[in-house]
Ligand binder design. Structure first.
Ligand code: ADP
Ligand code: MG
Length: 243
């Protein structure tokens, strides 16, 4: 019996800039309904890896599969919009002149009734249905972030790529928003690859952590395994300032 393929799999991704392998043979899997964290210090190649998966940058070698289907190697290349991948970055800018509902509906396909139903479903899920007819500037940073999450999820991406999505937020808000975001992602059943340089964020949100350093995955596993059994001194030191 053939097993279900991972939702996302990348194999041996290499990306060179100026003769240096910024991403140096990264392989990863993300399972349906799970959050995988790509965790590592600034400059280790996390964002580059994510951009390649999204299709806005191109690897020098290696392959990307979605649900077992090749979407990109050095010969075949499915364009970004054909990959079933949603994106959320730190700079989540909403369209200021559109209402919250219009922001979430933006780019959705289907009839007006279908779009309205999906927008209402998502705005309820993030607890902001009462703001549907307001404009972004009337919302707090945390609320805008939740709208951005609703917008990214609206077209039902099979995979959500998130690059340090919480780093622009106030410390006080961050834990709450992390928890809320995680709950929404789990309800939607979206597979998530979350990039962060913060170990506590990975410990809080991940089902699986891939620890990255100098363009390579140095350790991968369940959060408590990585925390309790770091692969080397550098990995131990990286986790040591979690409180
Ligand atoms: P991270 O997201 O882990 O902080 P990045 O993937 O942004 O790391 O960057 C990894 C390394 O690649 C850095 O040294 C960065 O300067 C370099 N880099 C990223 N993009 C480019 C580019 N377009 N041209 C040259 N170097 C780049
Ligand atoms: Mg980055």
């Amino acid at each position: 019996m053939a097993g279900t393929p991972p939702r996302l799999e990348i194999r041996n991704i290499v990306r060179r800039f100026g003769g240096r392998n910024v991403v140096d043979g990264v392989s990863l899997q993300v399972q349906p309904g799970q959050v995988t964290c790509l965790l590592g210090p600034s400059g280790c190649g996390k964002s580059t890896t994510l951009r390649i998966i999204a299709g806005v940058d191109m690897q020098n070698s290696g392959e990307i599969y979605v649900d077992g289907k090749l979407v990109c190697d050095t010969i075949h290349r499915v364009p970004p919009e054909g990959r079933g991948i949603g994106l959320m970055f730190q700079d989540f800018a909403l369209f200021p002149h559109l209402t919250i509902a219009q922001n979430v509906a933006f780019g959705l396909k289907g009839s007006a009734a279908q779009k309205r139903a999906r927008v209402e479903e998502l705005l309820s899920r993030v607890g902001l249905l009462h703001y549907a007819e307001e404009h972004p500037h009337q919302l707090s940073g945390g609320e805008q972030q939740r709208v951005a999450l609703a917008r990214a999820l609206a077209p039902r991406p099979r995979i959500m790529l998130m690059d340090e999505p919480f780093s622009g937020l106030d410390n006080r808000l961050r834990d709450d928003i992390r928890d809320e975001t995680l709950a929404v992602l789990k309800e939607e059943g979206t597979a998530v690859l979350l990039v962060t340089h913060e170990p506590d964020e990975a410990m809080r949100m991940a089902d699986e952590i891939a620890l990255m350093r100098d363009g390579r995955i140095v350790q991968q596993g369940a959060p408590y395994n990585i925390y309790n059994t770091p692969v080397d001194r550098a990995a131990a030191a990286f986790f040591s300032d979690i409180n």
